[in-house]
Design a protein around this ligand. Sequence first.
Ligand code: ATP
Ligand code: MG
Length: 420
Amino acid sequence: MTRLIQAVRGMNDILPEQAHHWEFFEQTVREWMAACGYRSIRLPIVEQTDLFVRSIGAVTDIVEKEMYTFLDHLNGDSLTLRPEGTASCVRAALEHNLLYAGPQRLYYSGPMFRHERPQKGRYRQFHQVGVEALGYTGPDIDAEHIVMCAGLWDKLGIADVRLEIGTLGSVESRTLHRARLIHYLQQHLGKLDDDAHRRLHSNPLRILDSKNPGMQQIIDGAPRLLDDLDEDSLKHFEELQRVLRNQGIAFEINPRLVRGLDYYNRTVFEWITDRLGAQGTVCAGGRYDGLVEQIGGKPAPACGFAMGVERLLALMLECGKDIPHAVADVYVVHQGEAATGFAWEAVRHLRAEGLKAILHCGDGSFKAQMKKADASGARFAVIIGDDEAHAAEISIKPLREAAEQVRVGLAEAADLLKQI
Ligand code: ATP
Ligand code: MG
């Protein structure tokens, strides 16, 4: 036998049973984004490699280890499957001069790609919904993003997520902190892992983001950026906290929150749950005031966040959210030449009237077709024999409750089905 070809490791199929959860999630997100005044933007999955190197930062886990980068052999371009969406969104906004029309509230969703070790909650193709507000100084918009998340959790039936916030300050405060950090880390050289050694001078802040358990003690003792904060950033951070308190949003301040991407400054935040095991961060974001200029645009402040769809869906189901299946209204069984011709007409009519109608396809006795009707989950079987066809009528048999079968003209059938 020919060997079966399997999906690429870490890249998952989403089967119909799960797809229906995804559709509920996507629909809820779409409605919520519209309710908050965010417009959707659709971006390519492949970008020039430089876009990510310049924005995420050359000395980061994503760019050093996780990107799917390949040479387009037809023209020699270096391309990358997007590992995240912010860089693409900013690129598109600049390329099409969206900011000329004023600040932009945007969102997008779709697959992202990172070459990580696949495990529960961590995949090589995963999905994000990203939200970006371009041209806003904040901190009101920073707070809006957090409030939007909280509202969405409610709609999804998600509980048990906690909010951690932090601030990375300005470029100046980070320069000050960087010097203190390097000084501190140099006193613990023996305890640093290889990554940390390499990043000591190129990107010491990244060391604080290490997931190596052996490094946690050193990280815990490191000087805190919060203590080197400039006055404006401190005011920004305090104002954010004030709005969150007014909005009744609980948070903890995490002075160690540094995020894995270089473009962040000032506000950073993460939503974390304990119900999913090790991969507990379901949503993360913050401010990136320097990125627009870094990608080649006129300087513009910005803030955004990305949700991990797989993790949020897992949490939603873990919290017991029940999402009813969309079942068909009718399953049309038919036998005889005239009956089959009329059955085609009946499904066209019922569908045009807004009903969900499945037409039996393939052979099968009446009895066999009725079994299929039952298995389909449809509420009614519509039965058409030659007799019905000649009278332009259909018989309606309830499948889920003990009620009488009725026979009606096709013209009245849709109204009747919508009532019962
Ligand atoms: P982590 O610390 O879990 O590696 P990250 O900081 O790399 O996450 P971000 O780049 O901030 O993640 O992406 C935002 C969200 O996207 C994460 O909070 C997470 O929910 C989700 N996410 C990131 N990487 C993956 C992945 N490989 N598989 C599934 N979800 C992911
Ligand atoms: Mg990561």
